[in-house]
Design a protein around this ligand. Structure first.
Ligand code: ASP
Length: 379
């Protein structure tokens, strides 16, 4: 069986060329599509691929990629969705985890693979890791032709793993195995063959595919540091245009227990801003009930980011706020998995109703003003 894969080239090291050709190891900049095509074979293992010509997407360093580009990529895939079996996005590694997360939320009922890849060393370089990354990504996207199971979601294929895009993080500036998903096993191991873990497959959607067309840009990501002064936090979080903030707290979701700091957070929530608590730790999840310091945030109306990566938390918040939902609904949906981005759901139910949840799916039940907060493994 043959497969057809559409490739979007958005830039990044994989397609970069030296600013001064006399110094190949010197400063690099994004190369053109023609540069790229010189190094990549047009047909491979029964997989036919084409490079999309899309004026809204010029090759760039991924440090320049943001909501505008995420929406342009989503729209380009939506326009071409029906004609192709899968999609590969060549992208810089620096913000690849943000783009993968953003696309995962923008795509509703995605039923085909969308695989991001790039490299640490450019294709023009003889020791490039880009060629193999590209060929592996092509096999995941063109799964039909190479008899692999379908992975119909947004993924990152890099080095020796295929990762769920909204669980992935760039962990190394230079390793060829640069990405990990700290709270989820890889979707596939890439060895001499590719081994897809079928137990992590997401259900195939039956409703039609669509791409959302808006993202809120008025969101910030703030790291709490020891001794952070309340007036500095106020300047960062209470400015009028800000509609949402990711707050990177300590451990299981704890800030310093300073009344002045907590007052700032309470004022921000009262002003309708959505504040999402994620941990500064690489692994594990936020449990604001474990310590008094965290519990103070629950009482203020701060939302739990559970085990969302900061990249997934930021883009999920930008997507939900872009959908123009009221803040209470944004807070509710932030705590419930939408695209496999988190291990648990956190929901508030009237006391007694928790009996309706299968006992083996309920991890914790926390009493809360007459209701119960349930931490539930999605079914
Ligand atoms: N600065 C580059 C980028 O993200 C790094 C890379 O691709 O590895 O575009």
């Amino acid at each position: 069986m043959k497969a057809r894969v559409l490739v979007l080239y958005t830039g990044g090291t994989i397609g970069m060329t030296p600013v001064d050709p006399a110094y190949p190891e010197g400063t690099r900049r994004p190369g053109t599509k023609e540069d790229l095509l010189r190094y990549l074979p047009p047909v491979r293992d029964g997989i036919e691929w084409e490079l999309l010509s899309e004026p809204a997407l010029r090759p760039m360093d991924s440090s320049d990629v943001g909501p505008r580009e995420w929406l342009a990529m989503a729209a380009a895939i939506a326009r071409n969705y029906d004609g192709w079996d899968g999609f590969v996005i060549l992208h810089g590694t620096d913000t690849m985890a943000y783009t993968a997360s953003a696309l995962s939320f923008l795509f509703e009922n995605l039923g085909k693979p969308v695989v991001l890849t790039g490299s640490q060393t450019p294709l023009f370089h003889e020791r490039t890791d880009g060629r193999l990354n590209f060929l592996n990504a092509l096999r995941i996207a063109g799964y039909k032709a190479v008899r692999l199971p379908a992975v119909p979601e947004v993924t990152i294929c890099f080095g020796n793993v295929l990762l769920r895009g909204n669980r992935a993080r760039k962990m190394s500036t230079s390793d060829t195995d640069a990405f990990e998903s700290p709270n989820l096993r890889p979707l596939a191991a890439i060895e001499s063959e590719i081994f897809v873990d079928r137990s992590l497959a997401r259900p195939r959607p039956s409703d039609p595919f669509r791409a959302a067309a808006a993202m809120c840009e008025e969101v910030v990501d703030i790291t709490i540091v020891p001794g952070l002064r309340a007036e500095l936090l106020r300047a960062l979080i209470c400015a009028p245009p800000i509609r949402g903030a990711i707050l990177r707290t300590f451990g299981q979701g704890n800030p310093p227990n300073s009344p002045a700091l907590l007052r700032v957070l309470g004022d921000a929530v009262a002003a309708g801003k959505v504040i999402v608590n994620v941990t500064q730790c690489a692994r594990g999840f936020v449990n604001m009930y474990q310590y008094e310091n965290g519990r103070a945030l629950v009482d203020l109306g701060v939302t739990s980011g559970l085990d969302l990566t900061p990249e997934a938390a930021l883009t999920k918040l930008a997507w939900l706020l872009g959908a123009k939902l009221p803040p209470a609904e944004v807070r509710r949906r932030m705590q419930i998995g939408q695209r496999g981005e988190q291990t648990f759901d956190l929901m508030r139910v009237p006391a007694g109703d928790e009996a309706g949840f299968a006992a083996d799916r309920v991890r914790h039940a926390f009493p809360m003003d007459g209701d119960v907060l349930l931490l539930v493994e999605p079914g």
